[in-house]
Design a protein. Structure first.
Length: 356
């Protein structure tokens, strides 16, 4: 990144992360005049696991493949492709304007977003003067659909947590001990059923946001979620009753199960497992603070509740600290900041704004 940014007039610093769990961060500043407004933008260079076996024939996470107008490879969508497009557009704009933008630009690039951005908060506090800006505009998120460029004026907060059940130190034969030993898989699935029902509706009152404001409902009236050739078909009746898909996605809290495990599903044996675990993210609307996301599930016998970090009741369970919902006011276009938006960072996709 530094060799690419320097010719554009950026002064670059690669700085240490205050958290030992996080990687270094890049702060690049292009200052035309301290008296001019400053735009702060953001990206991340880290990606998720390659998952080589899940790519279709002819594609690999380790090789950049071009098919028509599509590029396939690890991180091409999240987030390398997004900030690459944004910075390439910036380079062309600088050239078209004879080397001057008329404003200053600061880029913050981290290497730990997919792991919950360890150290990002303290880093921003430490470098608040260098990151001071008049406008924050980041590209790390979705469009409402592929054909409609979208500018979100706020983002839902997020908290990742885990449920862990450990009933004993080893597995025991199900034919000999079935019916008299607690099964962690059974305990775990019932714990999950206290949090969300079979239709994806949140059951815990403390996880529910206020009603969707009328202002947000009006803004979302003509917003179509997905419906593209590569988008999944939405599940009718999934989630909170009475909400449109746009209201459900943008203006409501969600609770998902990302991973669930007990025993060996690929090669099961006739044994009652000794442990079970699940990974869950909660996306929370503005003003909703959560201290014990899995506290309700703790009532399931043998299941430890998990806060956003730390070990409880001897269970090896950890989570990431909650990322609060953030409004971004004053941009004048796109979805309003009055309630919330997609989870993770507020994001503007390259290619223009949604007129709404």
């Amino acid at each position: 990144m530094v060799p690419w940014l320097t010719p554009l007039g950026f002064a670059c610093q690669v700085l240490e992360n205050p958290s030992p769990q996080g990687g270094p961060l890049l702060v690049a500043r292009r200052v035309e005049d301290p008296a001019l407004p400053t735009v702060l933008t953001y990206g991340h260079g880290d990606v998720v696991n390659g998952q080589d076996s899940q790519w279709r024939e002819g594609l690999s996470p380790w090789t950049l493949t071009m098919e028509g107008e599509r590029w396939y490879g690890r991180g091409t969508a999240d987030n390398k492709g997004q900030h690459t497009v944004s910075l390439a557009a910036l380079a062309h704009t600088i050239e078209a304007r004879g080397g001057r933008l008329g404003y200053n630009v600061t880029l913050l690039l981290e290497m730990g977003e997919e792991a919950g951005s360890p150290g990002l908060g303290p880093f921003c506090e430490q470098h608040r003067d260098a990151l001071k800006a008049d406008l924050f505009l980041a590209s790390d998120g979705p469009r409402v659909n592929a054909a409609r460029p979208t500018l979100f004026l706020g983002s839902r907060g997020a908290v990742n947590f885990a449920l862990s059940v450990r009933s004993r130190d080893k597995a025991y034969h199900s034919g000999n001990w079935g019916g008299v030993l607690a099964n962690p898989a059974t305990v775990l699935t019932h714990a999950l059923a206290t949090l969300v029902d079979a239709k994806g509706r949140i059951l815990v009152k403390g996880l529910l946001p206020p009603a969707v404001p009328d202002k947000l409902r009006t803004a979302l009236m003509d917003v179509v979620i997905g419906a593209g050739a590569d988008d999944p078909a939405l599940t009718p009746g999934w989630g909170e009753p009475g909400l449109t898909p746009a209201e459900q996605l943008v203006g409501w809290n969600t609770l998902e199960v990302l991973a669930l495990g007990a025993g060996n599903a690929q090669r099961p044996i006739n044994a009652i497992p000794c442990t079970g675990s699940g990974a869950l993210p909660a996306a929370l609307c503005r003003g909703h603070r959560l201290e014990e996301p899995a506290g309700h599930a703790a009532r399931a016998p043998g299941c430890a509740w998990v806060s956003s970090g730390g070990d409880h009741a001897g269970h090896a369970v950890r989570g990431h600290a909650a990322r609060p919902a953030q409004p971004l006011g004053g941009l004048g276009a796109g979805l309003p900041a009055g309630q919330c938006g997609p989870a993770r960072h507020a994001a503007a996709q390259p290619g223009g704004l949604a007129a709404q």
